[in-house]
Design a protein around this ligand. Structure first.
Ligand SMILES: [Zn+2]
Ligand SMILES: [Zn+2]
Length: 400
């Protein structure tokens, strides 16, 4: 038998450009200002800061603004320089930043939630401010009149919030693991459907409006790609993290998904490959390879006087097999398993080296990531960590 192929050495990796430091508490969200060497950050220490790159090469605050409550989230619209900030007390405050990013002016505030705002999304096309809160509500406001337009109660607080401008569908992914799809009208919303595929809470959502695919990331470490627009109804699992998935970004021009984990892992997935759905796990009283009974099949055990075995499942064919018939491990990248998983012996022989070639690259940000922002215009990635540091990465060596 041929030797196991060794993973190719990774010579191409994200380049650390800068570290932005100075927050007293963790930076809950931050954004790269496109076309400027600037970063906007909101922190648990109640501050809103705009950092500009100085001649020294370092980022220094040009704006330092204290809010009445910890800042939990933000949404920045570069075209209008509108900055919406969500607070721990449930308020959303809207500011306009000056052209030189040296001043911010309060426009209005909404009492949007009963408790901490979790996510904000400003939709310029509709003049809508969408938000989710710890009060288990999704709400939306008109950013012109400041009026509340409607709301919907979700099964738990929601960290995932995405909007499809063309069809006015909103995707809300919550801590119970459920994704809710709502259709928004000017002053009402209707439930389209809900779906659930994760065993843990949804921690991130990413909508690709071109291919009409939704990616969901979870505290169960997995990512699921939901083919919503293709009408095939497929759900493909992607396993590439060892900790909860914290963020998902999609690079349209290169068709790559960037996922970041709480352990600091940055995974860049090639989404140009055709992936397969993982099989349903089959149920059987005995190993589907050698027919040995599993330990709960007392009758057959009694009849054949054999000791029962533990049931395992081959990740490739889904068959219930015993440990002896599934002693080998393999990665199956085309099924989303970038790490080695249990496969039955016959599947292990059938997997070719080509099928084992990784479809993702793995990188280490060297801090525990709480938030990420991807600036597609320059291919820059911002990671904010539990170490209170913001790191700026040039992703073009791997996202190209
Ligand atoms: Zn198998
Ligand atoms: Zn067996």
């Amino acid at each position: 038998m041929a030797a196991e192929p060794q993973p190719k050495a990774l010579t191409r990796k994200p380049l650390l450009l800068n570290k932005v430091e100075g927050s007293q508490e963790v930076v809950n969200m931050a954004a790269i200002v496109p076309k400027e060497d600037g970063v906007i950050s909101v922190s648990e220490d109640r501050t809103v800061r705009v950092w500009l790159k100085r001649d020294s090469g370092q980022y220094w605050p040009s704006i330092y603004h204290a809010m009445p409550s910890p800042c939990s989230c933000m949404s920045f619209n570069p075209e209008t320089r509108r900055l919406s900030i969500g607070l721990d007390n449930g308020t959303i405050s809207e500011f306009i930043l000056s052209e030189d990013y040296n001043k911010m002016t309060l426009v209005k505030s909404y009492q949007a939630h009963q408790s901490r705002v979790i996510m904000i999304l400003f939709v310029l096309e509709m003049e809508w401010v969408l938000s989710t809160g710890q009060d288990k509500h999704f709400t939306w406001h008109c950013s012109e009149s400041g009026q509340r337009l409607g709301g919907y109660r979700t099964s738990a607080g929601a960290c995932g919030l995405q909007f499809d401008v063309e069809t006015r569908h909103v995707f809300v992914g919550d801590h119970s693991g459920q994704v809710t799809i709502l259709k928004l009208e000017q002053e009402s919303c209707s439930l389209v459907t809900t779906f659930k595929g994760h065993t843990g809470g949804v921690t991130a959502l990413c909508w690709d409006p071109i291919q009409r695919v939704l990616f969901s990331g979870s505290s169960d470490h997995s990512i699921i790609m939901w083919d919503i627009g293709g009408r095939k109804g497929t759900a493909i699992e992607q396993q590439g993290h060892n900790d909860k998935v914290q963020s998902l970004s999609y690079a349209h021009h290169t068709r790559q998904l960037i996922s970041c984990g709480a352990d600091g892992g940055i995974v860049v997935w090639n989404m140009d490959v055709e992936r397969q759905e993982t099989p349903e796990w089959l149920d059987s009283d005995s190993c589907q390879k050698c027919d040995q009974p599993f330990f709960w099949n007392f009758k057959q055990m009694w009849d054949s006087k054999k000791i029962g075995l533990k049931q395992h499942h081959c990740r490739k064919c889904g068959k219930a097999v015993c440990g002896k018939c599934s002693s080998k491990r393999s990665s199956i990248p085309l099924m989303g398993f970038e790490f080695e998983v249990r496969v039955c012996d016959s599947c292990h022989e059938s997997i070719t080296d080509e099928e084992r070639a990784p479809t993702a690259t793995f990188h280490d940000s060297k801090h525990n990531i709480v938030h990420v922002h991807f600036d597609a215009t320059r291919g820059w990635l911002l990671t904010s960590g539990t170490d209170k540091v913001i790191k700026l990465w040039d992703m073009t060596p791997v996202v190209s």
